[in-house]
Design a protein. Sequence first.
Length: 81
Amino acid sequence: MALQVNITPNGRMSLPADIRKRLGLTGGGAVFIEETDDGVVLRTAAQAVARAQALARQYTGSHPEAGVDAFLARRREDSGE
């Protein structure tokens, strides 16, 4: 879906209400903006977290010892905590 959204002279723009509702941004919320070679991508906080987790899985694969919790546990062991 492509929509035109106008930008005010002070740089503000509004997301249409139906899009905010579908994204769960009815009570406000954060939106993350990523500039890509193709343009601009807006993501909700939940979408940004899911993307980060997918990227982490891409590098850790099926190795649970490569996760953050395992890393922190190893650091605690190494430091004698």
